[in-house]
Design a protein around this ligand. Structure first.
Ligand SMILES: CC(C)(COP(=O)(O)OP(=O)(O)OC[C@H]1O[C@@H](n2cnc3c(N)ncnc32)[C@H](O)[C@@H]1OP(=O)(O)O)[C@@H](O)C(=O)NCCC(=O)NCCS
Length: 331
């Protein structure tokens, strides 16, 4: 289906206005074309193949494609969150042969115009980046918060064995010292009915699988629809909280899964405990290889690496990088 492209567009760069981009809403039929231009993205950890179909069903999300002579050359998705005040940009990608020509910039501006016309109450654009921001980015965006990215890889069965050697195999039994897994009622109580999480979360923001949310009932409704394990060290006075996705396949090879753990708080011991609990839960049933990405307070990164390598015997995939939540005003 073609969308209304008659919106007032900002001035297009010379080359592009000549080349003529068309913008359409993404559909199921575009899947193969999108995957074809996404091959090299995120070192095989691209989440889009798994998420694409559900993205198309989400009521508050718009997935836009840029086409050149009918061929898909770029994608961006925009989801409106924070009670309609924030436009969250995700999935941005441009076909390799079209990069460096200003396509991403044009697509971003097109989507911004489109969202403004559909949701006039939107005030800011937010996005999460893991690349190094340059001076131009700092002119455009303010930084909301940063998390360190720790990427490790292991075979599920090896880690399961290692955990059992450490006396950590099997199911976690709740004791006073164990982290608590939260059900929906407990999540609601902790995150919405008190302000204790404000001090635990960076900039009072729940960053879940790259998506930054303010603590609002409308955002919690989005989060509670997802398969996530929510954990805290203490339900009355939490110091560390974490959210872990259920493992999902990534196209790096057969039997490769991705596990994403967002960890908030500054206490290393408590962060380690929750990390272990998430690993135990998911390696119990998983077979195959796992890429596990942990996002955590930057000063904890190197200590957690040591723990991963020397205690768990898992392999560090890349050196320190950062997940950066940035924001700009919608003008
Ligand atoms: C990053 C990528 C989308 C840039 O595409 P491009 O067409 O070469 O970029 P442009 O020539 O338009 O370059 C710059 C514009 O894109 C923006 N941009 C570049 N990287 C960006 C990023 N990671 N997130 C958001 N915007 C980005 C710049 O701010 C700039 O905007 P401006 O024109 O308003 O100043 C492209 O290199 C790509 O597909 N890379 C692989 C996928 C990827 O890393 N996506 C980033 C998701 S976080």
């Amino acid at each position: 289906m073609k969308i209304d492209t008659s919106l007032t567009m900002p001035q297009l760069p010379e080359g592009l206005s000549k080349a003529g981009l068309q913008f359409t809403l993404a559909t199921e039929e575009d899947f193969e074309d999108i995957m074809a231009m996404s091959k090299d993205i995120y070192g095989g950890l691209d989440y889009l193949p798994t998420r694409y179909t559900s993205w198309l069903q989400e009521a508050n999300r718009t997935v836009i494609l840029a086409r050149k002579q009918g061929k898909v050359i770029a994608l961006e998705s925009v989801v409106v969150i924070d009670n309609g005040e924030t436009m969250l940009v995700e999935g941005l990608r441009v076909a390799p042969q079209e990069r460096g020509k200003g396509v991403a910039g044009v697509l971003l501006r097109f989507c911004s115009e489109l969202v403004k016309s559909k949701f006039p109450e939107v005030k800011v654009t937010r996005l999460t980046r893991d690349d190094t921001l340059g001076p131009k980015d700092f002119q455009k965006y303010r930084i909301i918060t940063k998390q360190g990215i720790l990427l490790v890889r292991f075979r599920a069965e090896d880690l399961k064995q290692r955990l059992s050697e450490l006396g950590l195999g099997g199911e976690i039994h709740s004791t006073n010292a164990s982290p608590a897994r939260l059900d929906h009622t407990a999540i609601h109580k902790l995150y919405l009915m008190s302000d204790v999480m404000q001090g635990v979360l960076p900039h009072a923001t729940i960053i879940q699988d790259w998506q930054p949310f303010k603590i609002l009932p409308s955002n919690m409704a989005i989060l509670l629809k997802k398969d996530i394990d929510w954990m805290v060290d203490d339900v009355s006075v939490p110091t560390v909280a974490s959210l872990c996705t259920f493992p999902f396949r990534v196209p790096i090879g057969d039997d490769w899964y991705y596990l994403n753990i967002d960890m908030f708080g500054k206490n290393l011991d408590l962060a380690r405990q929750q990390f272990l609990c998430h690993l135990q839960r998911h390696t119990a049933t998983l077979k195959g290889h796992v890429m596990c990405q942990i996002f955590l307070d930057p000063p904890l990164w190197k200590h957690m690496v040591e723990f991963c390598q020397s205690t768990l015997g898992v392999e560090l995939v890349k050196e320190y990088t950062e997940q950066c939540v940035v924001e700009s005003d919608v003008i």
